[in-house]
Design a protein around this ligand. Structure first.
Ligand code: NAD
Length: 237
């Protein structure tokens, strides 16, 4: 009997909403090399390029909506809570806000959020909807020119690792959805869950680098696979 569930999602779950994934066949993120837009060095070298890149991604969120996979996970969490079945934690590597808009109670953005700005002067993170390119003042310390995207770049420490580790150590089901299994530490969560005795399931468009680690893998689009799996879970209650 499953009680405690941890779900990890990646860019693949948002693909059918129209948000491009990270690793397209050409290895570029929307036409940019990762080294040019997703590292602290890139930001130091060319802050305008990096701010513009994330300003565009943030503005684009207004053009997309949660898809059937996001909505199904929100349904699953609601049922898990309403019926007091156990713990439910959704961990996302995504920086979009589609899980937030689908409606979740326990959702952790381990790689940060487009809709948040981080002050490099005072360390405060605050909700942010507009552009950062024009160096607005930090809402917390009022300093200008100190805000950066609240995104965990390569070489930086992901957020919420203690809470994620605790949940993984107590889970009896771990499900990975729409992630290539190439970015650590998230790619290692399946092993943490297995060490805790959990059953592990992968739902991804195609076999990923991590597929051999999972007890079961189902391949196809998240918009089809995830609602079917959620119905299966709820039907078994
Ligand atoms: P990734 O792009 O490396 O991998 C995406 C995975 O999703 C691939 O395995 C691919 O086969 C699969 N996929 C593609 N379309 C799918 C679909 N319709 N249904 C199911 N699976 C599908 O992404 P990642 O593993 O999340 O790691 C990349 C990093 O890029 C993350 O840290 C994330 O912060 C960042 N990122 C986020 C977004 C977003 O917020 N939506 C978008 C691009 C990149």
């Amino acid at each position: 009997m499953v009680r405690n569930i941890v779900i990890l999602t990646g860019a693949g779950i948002s693909a059918e909403s129209g948000v491009p994934t990270f690793r397209a066949a050409d290895g570029l993120w929307e036409g940019h090399r990762v080294e040019d837009v997703a590292t602290p060095e890139a930001f130091r070298r060319n802050p305008a390029l990096v701010q513009t890149f994330y300003d565009q991604r943030r503005a684009f969120l207004g053009q997309v909506v949660p898809n059937a996979a996001h909505l199904a996970l929100a349904r699953l969490e609601a049922q898990w809570r309403e019926r007091g079945l156990g713990e439910f934690l959704l961990v996302t590597q995504n920086v979009d806000d589609l899980h937030d808009r689908a409606g979740h109670n326990r959702l952790l953005h381990m790689h940060g959020e487009l809709n948040s700005a981080l002050c490099t002067a005072c360390g405060a993170a605050r909700p942010w909807r507009g552009p950062l390119i024009d160096d607005p003042a930090c809402p917390a310390c009022q300093r200008s020119g100190s805000l950066r995207p609240d995104i965990v770049w390569f070489g930086e420490m992901p957020y919420h690792m203690d809470a994620i580790g605790d949940a993984l150590s107590r889970c009896d089901l771990f499900v990975s959805i729409g992630t290539s299994g190439a970015v650590y530490p998230a790619a290692g969560f399946v092993q943490w869950a297995k060490d805790a005795g959990a059953r592990t399931l992968e739902l991804n468009l195609e076999p990923s680098a991590g597929t051999p680690m999972f007890d079961e893998a189902r391949h196809g689009p998240a918009g089809t696979l995830v609602p079917a799996w959620v119905e299966e879970m709820l039907g078994a209650l």
